[in-house]
Design a protein around this ligand. Sequence first.
Ligand code: SF4
Length: 194
Amino acid sequence: MKFEELKEQVEKCNHCHEKFGFLPHPVFWGDKDSKIMQISQAPSNTVHEKMKPFTDMSGKTLKYDWYQISDEEFYDTRNFFIGAMAHCYPGKDSRGNDKAPPKVCFDKWILKEVELVNNEVYIIIGAKAAKAFFPNKSFEELVFNNQEINNKLAIVLPHPSPLNKKWLRDHPKFMEERIVEVRNIIKNVIRSQK
Ligand code: SF4
């Protein structure tokens, strides 16, 4: 399958309509030659409404505090393919938390995207996405060391959600050291010629 066909099919997908109980809004952001393929958990309700990834509180932390890049750089599809474990917001559970991303999306679409995108670097965000790509490694080991997917550099980050403050408090070296290394890698990649 070609990248453009895949994109068209994802954007029309309503496979989870019954499961969600509302019309899915697949969010697709990226190009087949995006330099960085970022894969996080699933769109939030805000992203579901705006149809643009990382336009919520998590996005502010990720773009401006952690990466320290502009919206122009982040949303430029020559730089970032902004994917997730599921393309759609999955709704809330009975406790008011976002439900887990439906696994079907990873098998049906995301693995194909990983095959088709000609990126240089992967950024995997959050414990669920990290587990899917690296089932046998601890989350701490993944975050604090460079990894590989398809023989390319892979970086694993905690989720920038405000709900993740405890992890950041418990691992101060992430903000003191690791994110500085990650930021430098990202800036070098997006400011280089492909
Ligand atoms: S989450 Fe994935 S599989 Fe489910 S409707 Fe959205 S695009 Fe389709």
